[in-house]
Structure formats: C-alpha cells, structure tokens
Design a protein around this ligand. Structure first.
Ligand code: UFG
Length: 327
C-alpha cells in the first residue's frame, strides 16, 4: 500500500501523538517534527522523528526538500489560556508568527494541504449554545486570539494561493489511547480530568472546583469533552476530504453534550472506585460558564462518527494515569 506522506508538526504532544499513531496505523508515512518544548519523545510511536522548531525555516526547507510531503498537520501551539494572558509575546510568536513561517515554507515547496488545530476559545463567550461554526468569533483571551488570527491567515492564503485547509475547533480534548502507551501528559498539568485522576492516585492532595456560583444547573462550569482519538479520526477525515478536492472549511469538534465540573468529579469517583477530597474555590479568570459544540457540520461533511462516551474518556485516561503513576 503506497500512501501519502504527512508531516505532523507537534507530533510529540498529547493530541499530536494520538494523530501520529492513527496515521501510522492507516498506512500513511508519518514524519514527526517537534522541538520537544512541551512534547515528549516517549509519546512518539513512529521512527521518523526530526527534532526541530518551526521558527527554523532553514530546517523546514530541508525537511520539505528531502521528503515528498503531501500534507501538514499542525499541533505545535502553546495552549494555556492563563499563561497566554500573562505572556502574550510567547503566544503570538509561536502560535501566529511561527505558523505564518510554516505556511510560507509550504507555499514555497508547493504543499497544498494544511490541517490546523483551532479551538473553541475562538468563540469567547458565545451568544448561544450549542455553538455553531457561523457564530461570531470573539475570543476573550490571547490564546483564542492567536487561533482566530491563524484562521484569518488561512482564509486569505486559500483565496490568494489556493492553500487548502481544514480548521478544527476542538472543545475539551480528553482521554487516552486504549493501548495506554500514549495519553495526556502536560507539565504543568492544568486540565480538569487529569488533575482529578491524579488526585485519585494521591499525587495531589485534593481537587479544587473553580467557581460554584455560575448560572448552571449545579453552579459549576459546563464543558463538552471529546476523546482524543475521536479528534484524531476527524483530522484524518478532514485531510482525506481535502485530498478529494473539496473546499477549505472550519469545523467544530465536540460531542454535543455538556458536563459540569461536579459531574466530572462524581463520574471519576465512580469509575476509579476511589473517594478523594474536593474543595470549592473561587472562579478561575477567563472561564466561560458553558461551552458545548454543535458538530453537525463535521458529522455531515466529514462523515465523522464519535466512538467514545464520557465514561470511555475517563476510563481510558484512568488506565493511562495508572500506568504512568509517579512512583
Ligand atoms: N477546573 C476546575 N479545577 C481544576 C481544573 C479545571 O474546577 O483543577 C475547571 C475549569 O475552571 C473549567 C473546567 O474545569 O471550568 C475545564 O477546565 P480545563 O482547564 O480542563 O479546560 P478549559 O475548558 O479551560 O480549556 C479548554 C482547552 C483550552 C481551550 C478552552 C476553550 O484546554 O485549550 O477549552 O475555552 F482554550
């Protein structure tokens, strides 16, 4: 089987590593390009790894010259909302300037297809729920702004240079591969599900609930959690759709169901069979009360079918965290 060659930028990260595994299993030739600033070499399950930064245009030129690359997937962004507000320079440089450089190298080497990891953060505090793609983008933090800026660049590059792209706006990525060989690994960890499971493992004393006075059913924030392998399968379908000559599009990727922070904690207690300490704390700045996707566009245009429920998300994440427990 002779398949296309895909350059996965940021393939040593949480979502990128799951993408790499899936592409490899589907028979694609995969090249991982990652500077390991937030990724981990042990998450890369293929042999072809180039340690490099996308800011390094000479190195990128070399990669593009020496390999017959058909498409580029980008997972190499910084993703911490709080940090993006404290240090916007870091975010504009890596998430915008470096992506701009990457796109220009792609144009130079006639690479036509780009799959971009965007975010629900582009919507800010949406005017209606569930969130549809046509709602106005109104990011309330620097991270979300960087994603919206790249979407603008992509729109212009498609119009002017015929660069074909899919911009995938993830909601809350969670869970781990069933193999438990790869999973959510961040340093520092800030996300709810891994922090809850680390508390169950006694790696943390307690879990804090950030805000209990939101106008939601139980006062805590509601999020739409989507399994990392469901995200990866959407990328694959989005890329194959572009290969078939279809137009550039923006897609929401979520489950369409929302769960509160309290529900996540309760489900995690059930699934792990472990009780742990929970403390109510103040709101975390910049948290929208409710984010739930409408992903019908991806269902219809990509034929995307989600395989994993919230239980599967917590179960697979739990398997991964148990296996990678701090000793
Ligand atoms: N939360 C807690 N306690 C914790 C950690 C999180 O109560 O210890 C709460 C948060 O306040 C939030 C919810 O759990 O209400 C989910 O928080 P996460 O940090 O897991 O995820 P976010 O929804 O903040 O962030 C996600 C992505 C971002 C993206 C954002 C869009 O991780 O990349 O959605 O708003 F920008």
């Amino acid at each position: 089987m002779s398949k296309d060659t895909i350059l996965v930028v940021g393939g040593a990260g949480y979502i990128g590593s799951h993408m790499v595994k899936m592409l490899d299993e589907k028979g694609y030739n995969v090249i991982v390009y990652d500077n390991l600033s937030t990724g981990f070499e042990d998450l890369i399950l293929v042999d072809n790894f180039i340690k490099g930064d996308i800011a390094n245009t000479r190195k990128l030129d070399k990669v593009f010259s020496e390999n017959d690359i058909d498409a580029v997937m980008h997972f190499a962004a910084f993703t911490q909302v709080g940090e993006s507000m404290k240090n916007p320079q870091k975010y504009y440089k890596n998430n915008v300037v470096n992506v701009y450089k990457l796109l220009n190298r792609m144009l130079k080497h006639d690479i036509e297809y780009f799959i971009f990891s965007s975010s629900a953060a582009v919507y800010g505090e949406p005017e209606s729920i569930p969130i549809r793609e046509y709602l106005p983008r109104n990011p309330i933090n620097t991270y979300g702004k960087t994603k919206a800026m790249v979407e603008d660049i992509l729109e212009d590059y498609d119009r002017a240079y015929d660069l074909k792209y899919s911009s995938l706006r993830y909601f809350n990525a969670a869970g781990a591969d069933e193999s438990s060989k790869i999973g959510e690994k961040h340093d520092p960890e800030t996300h709810l599900i891994p922090l809850v499971l680390k508390t169950a493992l006694n790696e943390r004393e307690k879990i804090y609930i950030f805000g209990t006075d939101y106008k939601t059913k139980d006062g805590t924030c509601i999020r739409d959690y989507i399994h990392v392998n469901d995200l990866a399968s959407a990328h694959l379908k989005a890329m194959e759709r572009l290969f078939e000559g279809e137009s550039s599009e923006v897609f929401n990727l979520g489950s369409g169901k929302g769960y509160s922070v309290r529900e996540i904690i309760e489900k995690s207690k059930q699934i792990t069979g472990i009780d742990f300490e929970v403390e109510e704390a103040g709101r975390r700045p910049g948290d929208p009360p409710v984010l739930i996707a409408e992903s019908k566009k991806a269902d219809m245009l990509l034929g995307w079918q989600r395989k994993y429920s919230l239980e599967d998300i917590i179960r697979t994440a739990w398997q991964w965290h148990k296996r990678n427990q701090r000793s």
